[in-house]
Design a protein around this ligand. Structure first.
Ligand code: ITT
Length: 204
């Protein structure tokens, strides 16, 4: 007799794009649930200085406060010519030090600041790195995914979110924002980390 595997899983995020991407990836074995669906409206803490630290801080916060097995993702865009910036500061890049774009929506401001900082730079190599932290039965696990690429001169495309309009993965003509969700989900940093998470859970 075949046994089917089914599990409810909490994704500790307030970002609906992330929820959609990972939900599409994990498939029918997992019922993925965001914080809002659980009635949790807290702003999650993320003040550590690494992606690993932030991802675990978010997952731990939900586990400790609400006694829910869960996972969280922290993602950074690492640009070689900027010594790895914005990296762990990717979410608040345009608000840091010199809040030059206070009137803009944060993601648009982040992209604008990045392009201005990179004006005239030839080396545009960058990578997206995602760390997923899982806390299950009180134990902690980390899964990483990364994708190499280049920062474009101009934004292109309207899909996705965040820095997607200026990131062109190696081997592709267009940016992540010029791909549909299923294409991004075949190759992205988050997809690689989420597949490792799914594999781990299925083998538990
Ligand atoms: P949660 O912490 O609630 O999960 P967040 O949007 O704050 O959501 P992060 O701290 O991981 O998530 O995001 C860091 C920044 O990187 C933020 O500006 C995102 O818009 C951006 N980002 C994350 N994943 C991305 C992706 O797949 N494509 C483009 N930009 C992304």
């Amino acid at each position: 007799m075949a046994f089917s595997f089914f599990m409810e899983l909490i994704f500790a995020t307030n970002n609906p794009h992330k929820l959609k991407e990972v939900g599409a990836l994990l498939g029918a074995s997992f019922q993925l649930c965001g914080l809002r669906e659980k009635g949790i409206t807290d702003r999650l803490p993320e003040d550590r200085d690494t992606l690993e630290g932030n991802a675990m801080q978010k997952a731990r916060y939900v586990y400790d406060r609400y006694a829910l097995d869960c996972f969280a993702d922290d993602t950074g865009l690492e640009v070689d010519a900027l010594n790895g910036e914005p990296g762990v500061f990717s979410a608040r890049y345009s608000r840091m030090g010199d809040p030059v774009f206070p009137e803009m929506e944060v993601s648009a401001g982040n992209v604008k600041k990045l392009l201005i900082k990179m004006e005239g730079m030839q080396n545009r190599k960058a990578r997206f790195r995602t760390v997923i932290a899982l806390v299950i039965n009180g134990t902690e696990h980390l899964f990483e995914g990364r994708v190499e690429g280049n920062i474009t001169q101009e934004p292109a495309g309207t899909s996705g979110f965040g820095y997607d309009p200026v990131f062109r993965p190696d081997g592709y003509e267009g940016t992540f924002a010029q791909m549909d969700l299923s294409m991004k989900n075949q190759i992205s940093h988050r997809a690689i980390a989420a597949r490792k998470l799914a594999e781990f859970l299925k083998n538990m």
